[in-house]
Design a binder for this molecule. Structure first.
Ligand code: HEM
Length: 527
């Protein structure tokens, strides 16, 4: 006998299959409809910003996605100038996602000066397997705390101790370049290996001798890893982890990571032991009333890592993994950027012999015919060289784009940009705005004379970004650049073999020349 769980008089209340199907269909229609409506409103809002029209729904301005890498900068410059005549913001649909390029000081200021818009965009995710969430990639309270903790490590007094490292590595560079005198060659790899040596020594206190042993596993891993990060940023099908893992890049990345992290882990372990020994020695000496001569000499060779170990308070404030992410971040941020900047300076001086002559005169004034190392006092004297370095960073900013994720709707120069969108402050556009830099394509170091800077919009020149998330290493970078450039230019006259007009450049993680920097060096004769 069937058992009736539901009383018969309630059967009428159970909806028929037809009613259920109808209700479900309505629900689907309402959900899809409201999603489409929200998307429509979102696109309508985005499309109020000038920019090329959507060519294929969901694929956006399709043709903008398939530009040759070396044409990316000229292409976006053309788009910006075409669409943004009266607006300092350009909208481009990168597939279904809107990107907003900020090409003027006024629009960049809104984002860069903000204490709220500090989240990096999705493009930075591919750096995280290597750097985890170090200073460059972290956000929120973690970033705030770390920034506060790390700022004193870039104090002028600490940077002063690194000048001898810059000198030593520049000396090796000059020796390597001497073998190339009289030949046409690409100077880019020479400079890059030099800055890699500098950052290994200053960040970790270790010599990797990249200039002498460019085939070391660590050096190769740095390059391969940077290449993989780059590839993932520009090839949409490599973005999702599950797809990336199907390609050989994934196993190559694993190999690189084990070398990179293995090396940093080992250095951290060794330096911590040295710290403990030194501390014990200090205590013993203090008890015995002995002077700390040895400690003082050790202190002279402090690397960023030592300062982090000190700040870690035996793991209470920073764990070994926390230390590793910061050291790796310095390694990543601190060598390619500086190398590109030095290379572009040499390229521009090599194209402007009269400016190079002015630098040479300044070098003679400061150093005479001597080949003594550069001192901190000399660096303050090298004023024209510094203007050249700044002007090179204006024309060829090492970091061509500064990308942020909007976490909420934000008004920029009258446009309401929706939360979730990516905004990109573009130094390569901002720096060539004729309002602030007349004849923007000309190399004119005089633009950075104190009297010419006065009154310029503070966001018109942002090679190191600006505002709360600006480059923590900018003083270090300028000092390093000046020591290396002074060392090269005291010894050689540089002639660039390519002209700036039409030179193919790649806007990768950094802005680099596609075919390197081809130069011809002549040794200077001293009287
Ligand atoms: C010419 C050389 C350099 C240039 C042009 C440069 C440029 C920049 C720029 C534009 C940013 C902001 C990136 C963004 O918003 O996504 C940045 C951030 C950063 N840079 Fe540099 N940089 C240089 C050298 C260095 C050096 C030598 C170091 C370390 C030794 C360094 C460490 C950092 C770090 C840690 C950040 C993240 C700061 C934060 O988010 O709080 N940079 N750099």
């Amino acid at each position: 006998m069937a058992v009736h769980i539901i009383p018969e008089h309630l059967y009428d209340l159970i909806p028929s299959r037809l009613t259920v199907a109808f209700s479900l269909t309505c629900l689907v229609f309402i959900t899809v409809g409201s999603a489409l409506f929200r998307r429509y409103k979102f696109m309508q809002e985005c499309n109020k910003v000038p920019g090329p029209p959507v060519q294929i729904p969901l694929l956006g301005s399709f043709t903008d996605l398939f530009v040759d890498p070396d044409q990316l900068i000229p292409h976006f410059m053309n788009l910006y100038h075409k669409w943004s005549k009266r607006s300092p913001v350009l909208r481009v649909w990168m597939g279904p996602l809107p990107w907003f390029f900020l090409g003027a000081a006024e629009s960049a200021e809104v984002v860069l000066s903000s204490n709220k818009i500090i989240d990096k965009s999705r493009e930075y995710d591919f750096i995280q397997p290597w750097l985890a969430t170090g200073l460059l990639t972290s956000t929120g309270s973690k970033w705030h705390q770390r920034r506060k903790m790390l700022t004193p490590t870039f104090h002028f007094k600490i940077l002063e101790d690194f000048v001898h490292v810059f000198n030593e590595q520049s000396k090796t560079l000059v020796e390597k370049l001497t073998t190339k005198v009289g030949q046409d060659f690409d100077i880019f790899p020479f400079i890059t290996l030099c800055t890699l040596d500098v950052i290994c020594e200053t960040a970790m206190g270790r010599h990797v001798n990249a200039q002498s042993k460019s085939d070391s596993d660590y050096v190769k891993a740095v390059y391969n890893m940077s290449h993989i990060i780059q590839i993932r940023q520009i090839r949409p099908w490599l973005r999702p982890d599950w797809l990336f893992n199907l390609f050989p890049y994934a196993s190559e990345q694993q190999k690189c990571l084990s070398i990179l992290h293995g090396f940093t882990d080992q250095v951290i372990r060794e330096r911590k032991i040295e710290h403990k020994l030194l501390k014990a020695q200090k205590e013993t000496n203090a008890k015995a009333g002995v002077k700390e001569d040895e400690f003082v000499s050790k202190k002279r060779n402090l690397a960023f890592l030592d300062l982090l170990i000190e700040a870690s308070q035996d793991g209470k404030v920073l764990s070994d993994l926390d230390i590793r992410e910061e050291v790796d971040t310095f390694m990543f941020e601190g060598h390619d950027t500086t190398a590109a900047a030095i290379n572009w300076s040499l390229f521009l001086l090599g194209n402007n012999p009269e400016k190079q002559e002015q630098v040479s005169e300044e070098l003679i004034r400061v150093f005479g015919n001597s080949d003594r190392p550069v001192t901190m006092a000399d660096l303050n004297e090298l004023k024209y060289l510094e203007c050249c370095v700044k002007e090179a960073l204006r024309l060829y900013p090492s970091v061509p784009l500064l990308a942020r994720q909007l976490m909420e709707d934000t008004t920029i120069c009258g446009y309401n940009l929706p939360g979730g969108a990516t905004v990109l402050a573009a130094p390569f556009l901002i720096h060539r705005d004729p309002t602030y830099f007349p004849e923007p394509d000309c190399f004119k170091p005089e633009r950075f004379f104190p009297e010419n800077i006065r009154g310029r919009h503070p966001y018109a020149y942002v090679p190191f970004s600006a505002g709360p998330r600006n480059c923590i290493g900018q003083k270090f970078a300028l000092m390093e650049e000046k020591v290396i450039l002074a060392s090269v230019l005291r010894r050689f006259h540089v002639k660039a073999l390519d002209k700036p007009e039409g030179l193919p450049t790649l806007a990768e993680l950094i802005l680099r020349p596609r075919d390197g920097i081809r130069v011809h060096l002549t040794e200077k004769k001293f009287t």
